[in-house]
Design a protein around this ligand. Structure first.
Ligand SMILES: [Fe+2]
Length: 300
């Protein structure tokens, strides 16, 4: 992580500085140009914020379009037996970006970007490698090769790919404990436990058992993102322990938007084909910055 951070920090040093400066000096102007806030700014506290008003801009369109995608693609396992994270599949396709513009309209709305920018301290960019900037995921116990034993991302971990990063998660169907909700520990308790467990040292694996994590923090601090359809969670996934998709006997449908900086803390950009998000001439500068990770500064 340190090596990748140093490498990418050098490689993208101009964009890094630029995104920080644009945040410090021009965020209000960029937001105004992108569209007015529709409510008091959403603020992440202790690494997270929850909006259950179901009234964020474009959310109604996202939910409507989600039903079409679910009707066409859900319930069919696409991975082979024994596949990594077989219980969790992303049914999003690149063509959906243009077929269903509601998703990017929601992801780049000023209410969402204000919250994410303030949490990160720079103008964020959609992740172009791992995880994909936009995922439409179905979690389903029927696809799980080993539903009774938590494994892979069903175990506690803190994301390391690009630190810091924020997820915006949207429940596309009503979600309860039986759906294997995305489950997390707020930032302060996570950081304290990570230090206690020496989480980032060589002696610890990336995924931790419940037993180990609950030896370092009170289990009561764990929060399940289980709400009716349309709930939105803003979460610093690079700072908070989390897991999800445990025994999703009721299939879980969730939109996962991943916002990062330009200085990733992995080398994925060196060996993965980067995802491209559509940009149109008429898009606001802020939207262009979010949808084009390594935006040339000459764009402006
Ligand atoms: Fe994760």
């Amino acid at each position: 992580m340190r090596l990748a951070g140093a490498y990418n920090g050098f490689r993208f040093r101009r964009q890094l500085k630029w995104r920080r400066e644009m945040y410090k000096k021009q965020l209000p102007a960029l937001l105004a140009e992108n569209g007015p806030l529709t409510r008091p700014p959403i603020e992440l506290k202790d690494g997270w914020a929850l909006d259950t008003t179901k009234s964020l801009p474009h959310l109604d369109r996202v939910l409507e379009d989600s039903e079409k995608i679910i009707a066409a693609r859900a319930g069919t396992r696409t991975s082979a037996t024994g596949a990594y994270r077989s219980y969790f599949q992303d049914v999003w396709t690149p063509a959906d970006l243009e077929t269903y513009p509601s998703f990017l309209d929601f992801a780049t709305s000023s209410d969402v970007l204000s919250a994410v920018s303030h949490a990160l301290g720079f103008i964020p960019a959609f992740s172009t490698t791992t995880p994909n900037g936009i995922r439409f995921v179905e979690s389903n116990a029927q696809f799980d090769d080993n539903p009774n034993q938590p494994h892979d991302s069903q175990l506690h971990h803190i994301d390391f790919y690009s630190v810091p990063s924020v997820y915006v998660l949207v429940l596309l169907r009503d979600t309860t404990h039986a759906s294997g909700p995305w489950t997390f520990v707020p930032r302060a308790a996570s950081q304290k436990a990570a230090a206690k467990l020496k989480y980032w040292s060589r002696e610890r694996p990336f995924r931790l058992s419940d037993e180990l994590v609950y030896s370092a923090l009170d289990r009561k601090q764990v929060i399940e993102f289980a709400h009716p359809r349309g709930a939105v969670l803003f979460i610093e996934s690079s700072a908070c322990f989390h897991y999800g998709s445990r025994n999703s006997v009721e299939p879980r449908f969730q939109l996962m938007l991943a916002y990062t900086g330009v200085r990733r803390t992995d080398f994925s950009e060196l060996f993965m084909t980067e995802n491209v998000f559509p940009i149109h001439e008429s898009d606001s500068r802020l939207r262009k910055m979010v949808l084009h990770k390594n935006t040339p500064i000459t764009f402006f």
